[in-house]
Design a protein around this ligand. Structure first.
Ligand SMILES: *Cc1c(COP(=O)(O)O)cnc(C)c1O
Length: 372
């Protein structure tokens, strides 16, 4: 007799292993796999299906898909909750904002991913919510605001200023006020920060970024600690239809398999580049939380000097988005809707897994051209 399928257990076959429980670096390799039975594939295949034979748990392609589930099992396990994949990060944040009671108050960062802030501004314009923006590095101001909130939305580290919030202090204050706390964990990934352990209710991800890791997927995910919230968001996804493609979730899970090794290299590269850039005359303020693969620099000489750096790189890619294996950079204020709390001269750098000396040769030469 073949063993019962164990894919539903996020740790896969390791569910049968004795303690201690394998670490996340192992579980992201072993999770979300088909049962270890003869001739079963090692990977959950891509299931292209709009419909399923009647009588089962899924039924229709807008309600579920085995390839989504494999990705969700692994991400949920890493974050310590239950995950739902969405068609993009913004589809996920939109679903989470639907949890807001009518006329509720959202406390959000002064500066965060612009699309998420635009969703909140739109709710305010429509008269459905009040938006209160605070400096998330000011814990006293943030916790005071949290006491008046229906929902506290954090992004930490934030995009692109790399501000860090004291998540635990905020979730305590929010819970006392009956508010939910949501944390956009895109920049940290569950390997560096687990917001649900710090008291958050919901975690959102742009899986487009570090989780997928290869700049070939647009995908979002939401992770909930609570079954009731999970159920409401699942219903929202069924009803509003912001479902992921099976191929996208396959690629994202394939990316997650190497998250630990990619992060290890890219983090070391980022730390070393921050150290080297700090001594360069074209670099004013360096924004770097001390971990992760993102850093931002304010170029002395302003926006024009920053644009010269971007034009001069050859190995680094000039593009928006982040979290890929390739190092990329952009001047964020080139986007008209970017917050004025972001300096005109700020370059956001997404550090990849290339050789650090090659990266530095290209970047330092480009920085040299900033002054010309
Ligand atoms: C990119 C990004 C988003 C939006 O995600 P999409 O997948 O582009 O919809 C949300 N939050 C952060 C922090 C991001 O970097």
């Amino acid at each position: 007799m073949s063993p019962a399928p164990n894919r539903r257990h996020p740790a896969g076959i390791l569910a049968d292993m004795p303690n201690p429980e394998p670490t996340p670096a192992t579980r992201l390799v072993t999770g979300g796999r088909p049962a270890h039975t003869p001739d079963a594939p090692l990977n959950e295949p891509v299931t292209f299906a709009s419909t399923y034979h009647a009588g089962g748990d899924i039924g229709y392609g807008r309600y579920g898909n085995p390839t989504w589930s494999a990705f969700e099992d692994v991400l949920g396990d890493l974050e310590g909750g239950r995950a739902l994949a969405f068609s993009s990060g913004l589809a996920g944040s939109s679903a989470v904002l639907s949890l807001l009671p009518d006329g509720g108050t959202i406390v959000a960062p002064e500066c965060a991913y612009l699309g998420v802030l635009d969703q909140m501004r739109q709710l305010e314009t429509l008269g459905r919510a009040t938006l209160v923006q605070v400096d998330i590095t000011d814990t006293a101001a943030l916790t005071a605001a949290a006491r008046t909130a229906s929902m506290v939305w954090l992004e930490s580290p934030s995009n692109p200023n790399l501000d860090v919030a004291d998540i635990r202090a905020v979730t305590d204050a929010a819970r006392a006020a009956g508010a939910r706390t949501v944390v956009d964990n895109t920049f940290a990934t569950p390997l560096l920060q687990r917001p649900l352990d710090l008291g958050a209710d919901v975690v959102v991800h742009s899986a487009t970024k570090m989780l997928s890791g290869h700049s070939d997927v647009v995908l979002g995910a939401v992770v909930c600690g609570d079954d009731d919230v999970h159920g409401r968001l699942d219903t929202h996804r069924r009803l509003h239809g912001a479902i992921p493609g099976p191929m996208e979730t396959f690629l994202a899970l394939r990316g997650v398999r190497t998250l630990d090794v990619r992060l290890e290299r890219a983090q070391a590269n980022a730390a070393e580049l921050v150290r080297r850039m700090s001594g360069h005359p074209a670099v004013g303020l360096v924004r770097y939380p001390g971990f992760g693969t993102m850093c931002s620099v304010e170029v002395t000489g302003g926006a024009e000097a920053a644009d010269r750096v971007v034009d001069a790189v050859r190995l680094w890619v000039h593009s928006t988005s982040l979290g890929g294996v390739e190092s990329s950079l952009e001047r964020r204020r080139r986007w008209p809707s970017e917050s004025s709390a972001v300096a005109e001269s700020l370059l956001r750098l997404s550090v990849g897994v290339e050789d650090v000396d090659d990266l530095w040769r290209d970047l330092s030469r480009a920085l040299d051209s900033a002054g010309r």
